[in-house]
Design a protein around this ligand. Sequence first.
Ligand SMILES: [Cu+2]
Length: 554
Amino acid sequence: MKALFTTAFRKTGLLLMLMMATSLATTPLVHAAAPGIKGSTFDLIAQPAFITQPDGQSVYSWGYGCAPGTSPDFEPKTIVGGVCNSMQIPGPTLIVTEGQTVTVNLVNALPAAAGNTSILFPGLQVAASATASQPNASCTPTTAIAQGLLTTEATHGCSVTYTITGTTPGTRAYYSGTQGDLQIEMGMYGVIIVLPSTPVKGNYVSPTQGCVADLESSNSAARTAWGEADFRLSTSAYDDPHTCYDREYLFQFSEMDPRIHEAAFEQVSAIATCASSTTNMCPTGLDVPTEPYHPAYFMINGRSMPDDMDPNYSPQYPHQPYNGNPHLHPGEQVLLRIVGQGRWQHPFHEHANHVRVLARDGNLILTQDGKALAGPALFTTTTTPGQAMDGIFYYTGRGLNWDMYGHEVASSTGDPNATLPCIPDANGYNTGNPAALNYYEWCQDHTKPLQVSPFGDVPGGGPATLPDPNILTNGAWYGGSPYLGPDATTRATGATGTTPPSGTIANSPSGEAGFAFMWHSHNEREITTNNAFPGGMMMMMLVDSREFQIDESN
Ligand SMILES: [Cu+2]
């Protein structure tokens, strides 16, 4: 059985690069949203399974899943093919509404040697009267539950019921409250999202103005004009009129030391073998050391790069259903729900802009008078174990210093998009016509060429002019064009265009032609998989022009 951990094929960094490119090339319409299950009763089960890593390893793990025979209600409805296996990492994302009281039944189907288990719901009201329910055949009702150090636990083969109320909205972690150093390491964590009971609608304008409702019709109109579905769980993260959003993603960060998992598997197997023998000298519980800690896998939503860029509910990851593959249009307010699981901090860096923090652990951060947001704008949203933060990210191209739509004063191509106007609103953006291709353009750069007289143009004999470092750092992910979207890119690279032909296997100029930015851990060790780069906590965020439909339905 040890072979499961040690003889799997280790791939080289080069091969991982190939896998990475292939992953993007073959699944260009893969997106993320924040999928989960909704309802008033959640029937969960904790049990073991093997999860997969991109280096070929199968790692023995424990996790929460949906009890067999139950049919959960998947959200958002615009994502199809929802699956909730009986063990998954992270556990099912539980979606509830503020003020709602929900019941969580947890069956302990971990190996007998693992002992008791439980779920902690920090920050939520949990009824003290957690009770045993529906004992299984192997469960003795009188000893079905036990009082642990932190919460009521289900003993082996038995179940425990928690009655919880989402008193305030927000994103929060849930995880095992029993022998956390081992059970959380093994994979027993997830997220509960409490949606606001009176969500606001609007488009965020400024810290003082908050979300202005008539602009919501603009963003809806933009979505409708380009035929896009709505993948949000709500229209705002809180009941507060500063927390509206247009798109959302959930990212859970955790790391894993496979030697701990291997030790747990060996002991569980040995104890089971012993228990079925005639001896009465079997050890009764596990004694797995969880220090020293040398994690080899660094995961976002239970997957390492490039697996995290495959679809949600992908059949090749039956126990790792959630991905990490954010897409957005210029100007969209994107809600990031970021949760630290595991036991290390991870410096998550969202390239292309700062993240404006709305809340931590469901606590909205406002000025003293409560009239404006007061959370910091963070370069790196460092995760902390057990802590959740909600933040807003957006991209507009402001600061590029050229017109990313390739507008011209007078069009030589006859393309009406080449001469679209940019009329600045109070903040300098083109927000007057939501159906326009350049909705939310930063008007200060309107019609500004990339280069007026390219120095050392290649057809003129060189030397070549290297692109701006802002673009160069995107490496192979970069579509090869400084222009956003198929219309601007093909126009700029056509017969009368001024830029060289663009396009890589990953990003054809006539297809998506988005801007790619790496979102990753800034701890370099953590963007490896079992010491091979690239891997681990890394994904690509894609900015797509309005003409490219962001379809998150998988
Ligand atoms: Cu970075």
